[in-house]
Design a binder for this molecule. Structure first.
Ligand code: ATP
Ligand code: MG
Length: 592
């Protein structure tokens, strides 16, 4: 079906007014120093993420609003108000104080999306402790590696996860001084060498004065997704909170009265920056689903929890698309007014699906663990071009650069001024949530910069109107008969076929043309893989892309290998295809 290339601004009549409408003007007026004034800061010029997210609201009406609402199957919802969250995080900070944990020490959390996880993260930040939430489905190895890399002194986890993952390897984590256990339904087994978090919390005072952290003090250690190799530990500082605040308004259009659902787990940067910090900064109510993905459940949450702003990921959207329109259309979503997505390229097909099925397009945005916050986005301030990741937010300067010859290891790049040219996406340093280093890997960190330009490792192009279009990761680009082929373009075309649910494309070495395009696809529910379908998909791709770019081979897979944060792991598709070692699979989704 032919569709227009633009979706016009998406504010519905009667909705709250969006935070901004004048893209150019806002960018001109914006400065990070001015932006910081919207936050309260600490006496003496300090700034602290935990304080801004929680305690800043205690002098306003927001204090009685629900900050976090936890929902789970077969259990009543649990609501924590901002005032209650302040008391609980104070208690947790006092627990750390009582254990003698000093500012700058590292704390890890390994737990499902339980209230204790959120309280521990925010309480530790208030105490000046550096925090890393980990995905609870990680196996013992990735957990140990991360704790050792970060010199973790404290681990907050559940009794069950301790038994399953930590106990056996405890001796291999020499820095770990304390393990604080969260009791689940079964109570606590009181393992030797562990402490009962519940008991410590009950004994602790609920009054605490936030430690005076400065903007450059470390706050969060986040690991990258491991899509292209071994996950890297990116260090972030308290000053990042200014980015979280601004992007919550510019890219997610959060207003105090919103009910917000970020579907990312806090084990990933999205689940921390936008599943914990950014919504609290705006005083909104966040809905936190403790359960795993389930299409029917997700639709009913959107409807019954009256979600107004929804932040999700392409992988989730593709799974919803796979389960068919009818399921979505059983319910109505009158409260929903803004949908955004991050993590992978968002195929135009998914943007249109939002428009057709939920009545709203999906606003794609782009950022990385390293950038700490959203950098390029589709926003309420301008039209959407489906397939584009949008335009740089105020305070963010993005460029397309080409690599030039340089001596030895040195990098040399040139900014490409002309529109519509593919090159590496680069950002000019200076935004507050920029990472300050890869832990224990200074050399890798240095390789990301040429002067004050940060090189993202992603390829993109910018059009004449300043919209950025993702081409592929530098590692994934396919070189075939002199063409550079971005996997995203090919995958998006495959996704247009009515039977295709997901597509991952790789370059397969070929003696004649260098590499040929090979596609792996999984099919929508009810579709059957057979030769006729393969030919049909192939014909569709040829028609849309031409013979040089269309896949030469298409293989059907039940699902594609994905990271736990939901990204298609093309390097694994390639390694399996070529019979090469799979490399680091610590973040690979189970069963993939
Ligand atoms: P690793 O660095 O360990 O290989 P990763 O890059 O997947 O893993 P993240 O920091 O979680 O780790 O992901 C950031 C990357 O995700 C970006 O560099 C980009 O490749 C991809 N990405 C994120 N959002 C988008 C988007 N909207 N469109 C296209 N790609 C995106
Ligand atoms: Mg990366």
């Amino acid at each position: 079906m032919e569709r227009p290339s633009v979706i016009h601004k998406t504010v519905r009549a009667g909705d709250v007014a969006p935070h901004w409408q004048d893209y150019e003007g806002e960018r001109r007026r914006f400065s990070w120093d001015e932006a910081r004034k919207a936050l309260s800061g600490l006496p003496g010029g300090g700034i602290n993420i935990g304080f801004e997210a929680v305690d800043r609201h205690l002098n306003t009406n927001v204090k009685d609003r629900v900050a976090l609402r936890f929902v789970a199957r077969n259990q009543p919802a649990l609501d924590l108000s901002y005032a209650e969250l302040a008391r609980q995080t104070n208690r947790f900070a006092n627990v750390l104080e009582g254990l003698g944990i000093q500012k700058g020490a590292h704390l890890f959390v390994l737990s499902g999306r339980l209230p204790e996880l959120y309280i521990a993260v925010l309480g530790a930040l208030k105490k000046g402790i550096v925090v890393t939430p980990m995905f609870s489905a990680f196996g013992p190895e990735p957990v140990t590696t991360r704790i050792n890399l970060g010199d973790g002194q404290v681990l907050v986890t559940t009794d069950v996860l301790y038994q399953r993952k930590i106990k056996q390897l405890r001796q291999q984590m020499p820095s770990l001084r304390y393990v604080l256990l969260i009791a689940e339904e079964g109570g606590l087994t009181h393992e030797p060498g562990t402490l009962d978090l519940g008991q410590l919390m009950r004994q602790a005072s609920d009054a605490f004065t936030t430690v005076n952290t400065g903007a450059e003090d470390p706050a969060l250690l986040h690991f990258t997704s491991g899509t292209t190799g071994t996950p890297k530990g990116a260090l972030h500082v308290h000053g990042a909170v200014v980015t979280h605040f601004c992007t919550g308004r510019y890219a997610l259009d959060l207003h105090t009265q919103d009910r917000f659902w970020c579907t990312a787990d806090p084990g990933w940067v999205t689940g921390t920056s936008y599943g914990i910090i950014a919504p609290l900064l705006q005083g909104v109510t966040s809905i936190i689903d403790r359960e795993e993905y389930d299409a029917e459940r997700w639709y009913s949450l959107l409807a019954e929890e009256r979600i107004s702003v929804w932040y999700t990921a392409p992988t989730a959207l593709r799974m919803l698309m796979k389960s068919g329109k009818e399921l979505a259309q059983k319910l109505k979503y009158p409260a929903l007014r803004f949908i955004a997505s991050v993590g992978e390229p968002l195929n135009p097909e998914a943007v249109w699906w939002g428009q057709e099925v939920l009545g709203l397009p999906i606003h794609d945005n782009w950022w990385q663990t390293e950038t700490g916050g959203i950098m390029i986005a589709n926003t309420p301030a301008f039209d959407i071009k489906p397939g584009s990741m949008g335009r740089p937010l105020p305070g963010v300067d993005a460029y397309i650069v080409e690599h030039l010859e340089a001596e030895g290891d040195a990098l040399n790049v040139r900014v490409i001024e002309a529109p519509d040219v593919e090159g590496e996406l680069a950002l000019r340093g200076g935004w507050p949530s920029m990472f300050r280093g890869y832990l224990n890997n200074e050399a890798r960190y240095k390789k990301c910069f040429v002067d004050d330009l940060y090189l993202t490792g992603d390829l993109a192009r910018r059009d004449a109107e300043g919209y950025f279009w993702f081409v592929g990761r530098a590692d994934d680009v396919i070189k075939s008969a002199g063409h550079l082929i971005g996997p995203f373009e090919v995958e998006s075309v495959l996704m247009e076929h009515s039977a295709v649910a997901e597509a991952g494309v790789i370059g397969k070495p070929d003696p004649v043309v260098g590499e040929v395009v090979k596609a792996f696809v999984s099919l929508k529910d009810g579709c059957v893989a057979n030769e006729m379908l393969r030919m049909d998909i192939m014909a569709h791709a040829r028609k849309r892309l031409g013979a040089a770019v269309a896949p030469k081979e298409i293989a059907f897979l039940p699902t594609l290998p994905r990271t736990r944060s939901g990204k298609i792991m093309r390097r694994l598709l390639k390694a399996r295809e070529l019979g090469l070692p799979e490399g680091d699979t610590s973040t690979l989704e189970a069963g993939a």
